[in-house]
Write a new protein. Structure first.
Length: 278
């Protein structure tokens, strides 16, 4: 190999490493390895435990204010700016406290954060211990991997919006039940309406199921574009394009090349949809 080629490859590798990318493109060949780097220490996040589904109760049964009501919208419209609207929505969540109707152990409400006018939104399932302690979404080990994914897309955490279906930590990081998700979904949908992103990436099954209103396995959802169910769109939520992919915590548990390749392929579609170059 010539010296010139060596220098070019070294320069490319340095740039790629800065972007959190761990592959080298070969000529015109497609990306051959996943571009997602795990945080340094090996990770063993236990899989969440399954919990029995309690008898269903909807937000209406519990007399929680309909978050998407015309009155509330009018109130929002008087608040100028998406950031202030999100603050108002957070205050409303705290007042309604839908989590008081289910079993949760939390120190802080983790409402969501990022650019209130972001083109891209990531949605996970619920805060874990680190998020609960800090009040910020995705700051633990799964969060570090998510940040690497975002960097590999050529973006930063500050330029996207990150939220969860549940805003409080479930006991033992359990998967949200259908009832919990149903009680919290209106607030998430209102976050989506305010931020009005072009694309949403749902991380893992619970977020994908809540957003898409389906219960398909990840293998049949990921890699394909989806739209929100008609009922949300009829409620004034904009027609966002949704790309489901594996949750970073799952990726850390199953850090195989195949899984990383799949996630990177999903994110590449998002990069293309947003007209970004990663
Ligand atoms: N997992 C999630 O789904 N959300 C977080 O905020 C952190 C971990």
């Amino acid at each position: 190999m010539s010296d010139e080629a060596r220098i070019l490859i070294a320069q490319h590798a340095k740039t790629a490493a800065l972007l959190g990318v761990d592959f080298l493109p070969l000529g015109n060949a497609p990306v051959i390895a996943p571009a997602i780097v795990a945080p340094e220490e090996p990770e063993r996040i236990p899989a969440p435990e399954a919990r029995p589904e309690p008898a269903f109760q909807s937000a209406t049964d519990l007399d929680i204010d309909p978050i998407g009501s015309a009155e509330l919208r009018q109130a929002y419209e008087k608040i100028s700016g998406q950031h202030a609207q999100l603050d108002a929505l957070k205050a409303k969540y705290e007042l309604d406290a839908p989590h008081q109707h289910f079993n949760t152990q939390f120190q802080n409400i983790v409402f969501g954060e990022g650019d209130s006018d972001a083109q891209l939104m990531f949605i996970g399932e619920a805060p874990g211990a680190d998020e609960d302690a800090s009040g910020r979404p995705f700051v633990g080990r799964a969060g570090q991997l998510l940040e690497n994914m975002i960097k590999a897309m050529g973006l930063t955490r500050e330029t996207v919006y990150i939220a969860n279906v549940l805003k409080t930590r479930p006991p033992n990081n359990a998967t949200p039940t259908g009832r919990e998700a149903e009680l919290c979904a209106p607030y998430l949908m209102e976050q989506i309406r305010i931020v009005s992103p072009k694309v949403i990436v749902t991380l893992g099954l619970p977020a994908s199921h809540v957003l898409l209103g389906i219960s398909s396995p990840m293998r049949s959802m990921r890699g394909n574009w989806h739209t929100l169910p008609a009922r949300w769109i009829e409620d004034g939520i904009p027609g966002v394009e949704v790309m489901p992919t594996y949750h970073p915590a799952y990726l850390l548990r199953s850090y195989t090349e195949d899984n990383r390749r799949k996630v990177w392929s999903d994110l590449t579609q998002v990069v293309q949809k947003l007209g970004l170059s990663s």
